[in-house]
Design a protein around this ligand. Structure first.
Ligand code: 9WN
Length: 456
């Protein structure tokens, strides 16, 4: 591969520093989120990485997405981790021998040659594929990039819309907090409280070898993550009605373990699917196919999102707990991410922008970046992962949303804050939303990638 040499960018410039992070984290076929903590390929990380990498090497950005899609399952799901076989199993937990994809996932069509997890992550991929194509359409056409990824992306969306509409209202549900990507967000506390944790001695966390315990999820959280993932695996990674059947076939109670203890409709996950559906329409059009049905579906999904998850009193979107019933009354950044949608009603846009600037998120007043959780919420902790710190992928999404809806001053201020903090923190995984102090890993790939995108 080649890294484009830009004579206008002196060594040590923001562009070069960000490109160097991506260079260091490149394995030859894809990019790890960070060298120590996350030594494999992650699904939504790769989408964000490709969005930045396209400015440095459109070729590598295409390959990043192709490598991920090569690990797609027969039922259409794109796994949240693709394991690197040359990394020792104890470097990350849960490892391939926990997920056992090629055996436990056989009925769902898991690939035989590569080991993966069996859960998913937010579908940012079609959006990424479209943006990668646009960066160098000539190369993309020469390599047949869109023609290659389009059927896979279509199958991925089909899986989500057909197998994961567990609430029956048109939206997609996540069955594990790792699927939504904001692992220990306070919104999950109530639905997770119903899950019996796996005993702490039954597994060994590898994350604490790299990250400060106070910045990471707790052991109790992990016990529940492990239980949910093991139950899903033991049901053959079957979804919906198939899930009960898989458990009955094993002589288990379909309404206990098999029914699936966790099912949540999340605003960010669904908004990213809708944004990607619009992108898939553009890709279809570019390939000479019909695009209108896809745009129409994206608009219908936008209406379903507003109908099911918008709370006018809060001025933001909330998560819906399908097992406990009703909206979860915790304010998280996920409820602001639908700002990226072009078809959002004007009054909804105005209310989300007010909430962003108001006391719960404080953007432009108490904070310059977007905290992951309500500054006034009981569970707020400025250093603990998704319970307060600001993250760069959500900052980027909200910056894009503000710009899309013509809030240029707010967008410019957020862009400056994101760029300044990313550079000052050495591309941290997440930061204290007040001080910008680095938390978690540094040299984190999506932070570097989205910095590159904002620089262009
Ligand atoms: C579990 C890789 C991933 C991100 C997630 C983030 C974190 C994993 C973990 O790291 O999750 O998937 O081990 O904590 O929460 O959003 O994709 O960067």
């Amino acid at each position: 591969h080649t890294v484009v040499y830009d004579p206008a960018a002196p060594p040590g410039s923001p562009h070069v520093r960000a490109a160097e992070v991506l260079e260091r984290n490149w394995t030859g076929t894809s990019t790890v989120p960070s060298r120590g903590l996350y030594p494999h390929q992650w699904s939504w990380d790769s989408a964000f990485i490709a969005i930045g990498l396209r400015h440095v090497s459109p070729r590598r950005a295409q390959q990043e997405l192709e490598t991920l899609l090569d690990a797609q399952w027969g039922d259409g799901r794109v796994p949240h981790i693709v394991f690197n076989p040359s990394v020792p199993h104890d470097a990350y937990f849960p490892s391939p021998d926990f997920w056992r994809s090629s055996t436990a996932g056989r009925a769902a069509g898991a690939p035989r040659t590569v080991q993966t997890s069996g859960i998913v992550q937010p579908p940012v991929h079609a959006l990424a594929a479209w943006l990668v194509h646009r960066a160098d359409p000539g190369l993309s056409r020469a390599r047949g990039f869109l023609a290659k990824v389009y059927p896979r992306l279509a199958a991925w969306h089909r899986y989500l819309l057909h197998r994961r509409d567990l609430g029956g209202g048109g939206l997609v549900s996540v069955v594990h907090p790792w699927e939504q990507g904001m692992d220990n967000a306070p919104a999950w506390d109530a639905p997770l409280a119903r899950i019996t944790p796996a005993p702490a001695r039954s597994f060994r966390r590898a994350d604490l070898d790299h990250g400060a315990a106070d910045d990471r999820p707790t052991d109790l959280d992990y016990g529940r993550y492990v239980r949910l993932a093991a139950d899903y695996r033991d049901g053959g990674y079957a979804d919906g009605a198939d899930r009960g059947a898989a458990h009955r076939a094993r002589g288990e109670d379909a309404h206990g373990r098999g029914a699936g203890g966790f099912a949540v409709e999340d605003p960010a996950f669904n908004a990213l699917l809708i944004a990607s559906e619009h992108a898939l329409a553009r890709i279809a059009h570019e390939l000479g196919a019909q695009a209108t049905a896809r745009h129409a579906r994206a608009e219908r999904l936008t209406s379903a999102l507003v109908d099911r998850l918008w709370d006018p009193d809060e001025g933001m979107f909330l998560c819906r707990d399908l097992r406990g019933g009703g909206l979860i009354r915790e304010r998280g950044v996920s409820g602001l991410v639908p700002l990226i949608l072009p078809g959002l009603p004007r009054d909804v846009v105005a209310a989300v922008v007010r909430t962003l600037r108001g006391p719960h998120f404080g953007v432009g007043t108490a904070t310059r970046l977007v905290p992951s959780y309500d500054l006034l919420g009981e569970a707020f902790d400025p250093h603990r992962y998704w319970r307060g710190p600001a993250w760069f992928n959500t900052g980027w999404l909200i910056e894009r949303g503000l710009r899309l809806h013509g809030r240029l001053q707010d967008a410019d201020a957020l862009r400056e804050a994101v760029l300044g903090t990313a550079l000052a923190s050495d591309f941290a995984e997440y930061v204290d939303p007040f001080t910008g102090e680095a938390c978690g890993a540094t040299g984190f790939s999506w932070t570097a990638a989205l910095t590159l995108d904002l620089l262009h």
